[in-house]
Every structure is written in structure tokens, then in C-alpha cells.
Design a binder for this molecule. Structure first.
Ligand code: HEM
Length: 138
């Protein structure tokens, strides 16, 4: 990813951070509306889960410049998601809901360039997670 795109992601994520709880709540309501079948996969309290999700997105956002550190973290996360019952096709739905959440949370600050940068970052994270999920270790 270009340094410009990484900067756009960081700035916009910082703007969402103070409203992380509301953003997470909005994200789950959009997700369960988009695909009600994923709801039963979430067993823990959604507030805790939302906090973990935002924290992990924060870790990813801060390490986009350092893929050597980020990739192994995402690979383990992707493998754990298999145990949570997550399927490859769910990643596209989650990505769309994440973009919608950012759009609602950020309003006009969510410019087309910022959307593009987030779409690329999420696509990168999702592809590493999906690939790890489908890799059987010898
Ligand atoms: C970039 C994409 C994603 C990130 C960064 C992410 C992040 C996380 C994190 C940090 C956790 C906490 C547990 C752990 O660390 O193992 C978690 C759990 C979970 N995630 Fe994700 N996730 C992503 C994609 C998805 C997708 C596509 C789904 C599909 C619906 C999903 C469903 C779940 C479920 C069901 C749990 C466990 C919840 C529970 O135990 O109640 N995640 N995720």
C-alpha cells in the first residue's frame, strides 16, 4: 500500500476511535441485517467482541507499513476464524459492512480516496486470513 493510502486510513481510523463503541454496534447491526445466518457464530458479548474487533483493526492500521509483522498475526487470526465457523464468503459481507460503518461514522470525511484506501487494506487483510484458513499444515 502507498504511504498516502496508509496515512488516509490512519487519520480516518483516529476519527472513528472516540466513537468506537457506537461504530462497533452499528457494524454488527448492519452485518446481522446483511446476513442473519452469521449471528449465531457470535457467542460472546457483542460489546466485548466489538472492542476486540476495533482493537485488531487498530493493530492492522498501525502495521500496514510493516507487513512482515502483520501477516503472521493475520494468519493466526484467519485460522482461529475457521474454528469460529467463519466461511470465506463471509469476508465480503463483513468488508461491505465495515465500509458502510465508516461512511456513516465519518460522513463527508469519508472521501472516495479514503474509501479506496480502506477497501484495499481490508482486501489485503481478508486475503491473508482466507489463505491461512485454507492452508492445511503438514
Ligand atoms: C479483517 C477481518 C477480521 C478481523 C480483523 C477480525 C477480528 C477478530 C478478532 C480480533 C476476534 C477476537 C478473537 C480472536 O482474536 O481470535 C474475532 C472473533 C470473531 N470473528 Fe472476526 N475478524 C475479521 C473477520 C471476520 C469475519 C469475515 C467474520 C464472519 C462473520 C468474523 C466473525 C468472528 C466470530 C464469529 C468471532 C468469535 C466470536 C465469539 O467467540 O463470540 N470475523 N474477530
Amino acid at each position: 500500500m502507498t504511504p498516502e493510502k496508509i496515512a488516509l486510513i490512519r487519520t480516518s481510523f483516529d476519527a472513528v476511535a472516540p466513537m468506537a463503541d457506537q461504530a462497533a454496534a452499528l457494524f454488527y447491526s448492519l452485518l446481522f441485517e446483511a446476513d442473519p445466518a452469521v449471528k449465531p457464530l457470535f457467542k460472546t458479548d457483542l460489546k466485548d467482541q466489538g472492542a476486540k474487533l476495533m482493537k485488531m483493526i487498530g493493530v492492522a492500521v498501525n502495521n500496514l507499513h510493516d507487513l512482515n509483522t502483520l501477516v503472521p498475526v493475520l494468519q493466526s487470526l484467519g485460522k482461529r476464524h475457521v474454528d469460529y465457523g467463519v466461511e470465506d464468503s463471509h469476508y465480503a459481507t463483513v468488508g461491505a459492512c465495515l465500509l458502510k460503518t465508516l461512511e456513516k461514522g465519518l460522513g463527508d470525511a469519508f472521501t472516495p480516496e479514503t474509501r479506496e484506501a480502506w477497501a484495499e487494506a481490508y482486501g489485503l487483510m481478508a486475503s491473508v486470513m482466507i489463505e491461512a484458513a485454507n492452508t492445511v499444515e503438514a
